[in-house]
Design a protein around this ligand. Structure first.
Ligand code: GLU
Length: 370
């Protein structure tokens, strides 16, 4: 059965640690070589490729001493510092064009200016025939500012780079209807039209000691990407035949079909990249205005403020305890505690200033009803 095959122009290819450093201690060319060959062939066809490569921690593991009882965060970050360079060199070795490294965190993707900088840098690298290789900046990132796994990072990268395909190279053939490690008769699911809760039930956790993600993070990534129009494939990166099949337009792994593209780039960023720093509870009238009238959120409809956030941070908007929207707040939580429930004409008397009439402007808002 044929699939979308090569019917795309720009792809993000995500390669996990198990393929970069199969022994968990140092980089290896074993699986990297066929993937590099694939990238070379795609480029020869005029396709654009952005690589998301894991493996920095695994690549540095053999060079940093770690505690017997378990590796500490600082030790892992030191491993990443050594390993990023080794991982990059392992790729560069196979290309006769330059590779460019981008180390990013959730914190960078959250900041609109940095997000646009990343987008522009990737565009420039591609225009100059450089292969961008992206990984999380593990040496500076702590849990709160991390994406945490490179499956989700790759989906976010696909959005920043405006890619139209995402290939997640795993060490399993794709998504199965049961755990293939436990059920030998488990069948590969070749196509998924929509990622439903039933699809999520098919995913267990990771069993691989080197890898961070499992099928669950791959499905989260596929959901982010497909809901923004990106064809997503989970494929077995250990089988070089898979790459030949893609080049021959044959069906490979599991293909998650894209849903219609609905959001602008800014709204995609709001919906998928931002983590809310707090939340606002609103009354039914305000909820109705947001959901059906396309209105902005005014202070008048706010009934409670939760969490501490600064002006410009993302907040979730709740009606009847359900998140109905996310947006950027024009006021800090401390200011909102004073002006909630009030008309905007009173802001100056109470706060001494007024940033905007709206608390969350329509342009800075995404709804979760759709
Ligand atoms: N950024 C991590 C590394 O390079 C990998 C995270 C992941 O594979 O999900 O080791």
């Amino acid at each position: 059965m044929a699939n979308e095959g090569l019917n795309w122009q720009r792809a993000v290819i995500k390669v996990g640690s198990a393929l970069i450093a199969p022994d968990g201690k140092q980089v290896s060319g074993q699986y990297v070589l066929p993937i590099a060959k694939f990238i070379n062939e795609l480029k020869a066809l005029g396709k654009e490729v952005v690589l998301v490569s894991s493996g920095s921690v695994a690549a540095g593991r053999g060079l940093i001493n770690s505690h017997e009882q378990g590796t500490t965060i600082a030790e892992k970050q030191a491993m990443a510092a050594v390993g990023q360079a080794k991982m990059m060199a392992n790729w560069q070795h196979h290309f006769n064009f330059p590779c460019g490294q981008l180390l990013i965190t959730q914190g960078d993707l959250k900041d609109r200016r940095r997000y646009v900088n990343i987008k522009n840098t990737v565009r420039e690298l591609l225009a100059n025939q450089v292969l961008p290789i992206i990984n999380e900046n593990d040496t500076v990132a702590t849990a709160e500012i991390k994406v945490g796994d490179n499956d989700n990072l790759a989906a976010l990268v696909a959005l920043v780079c405006e890619a139209d395909a995402l290939f997640i190279c795993s060490d399993i053939d794709g998504l199965f209807d049961a755990d293939p490690n436990r059920f030998p008769n488990a069948k590969l699911i070749p196509e998924v039209n929509q990622i439903t809760p039933e699809i999520y039930k098919l995913a267990g956790g990771t069993k691989n000691k080197i890898a961070t993600g499992g099928m669950k993070t791959k499905l989260q990534a596929a959901e982010k990407a497909t809901s923004n129009g990106v064809n997503t494939f989970i494929i077995n990166g250990k089988k070089s035949s898979v790459f030949n099949d893609i080049l021959e337009n044959k069906s490979v792994g599991t293909w998650f079909k894209p849903l219609a593209l609905k959001d602008s780039a800014k709204k995609q960023w709001l919906r998928h990249t931002l983590k809310a720093a707090g939340s606002l509870q609103i009354d039914d009238g305000a909820a109705n205005a947001l959901l059906t009238l396309g209105a902005s959120l005014l202070a008048k409809g706010i009934t409670a403020v939760h969490g501490e956030f600064a002006r410009g941070e993302a907040i979730d908007i709740l009606a009847n305890n359900k998140v109905i929207a996310r947006g950027l707040s024009q006021y800090s939580s401390a200011e909102l505690l004073q002006i909630s429930g009030l008309e905007s004409k009173n802001f100056e008397t109470i706060l001494g200033f007024k940033h905007k009439n709206e608390v969350v402007h329509r342009d800075d808002l995404v709804l979760f009803k759709d």
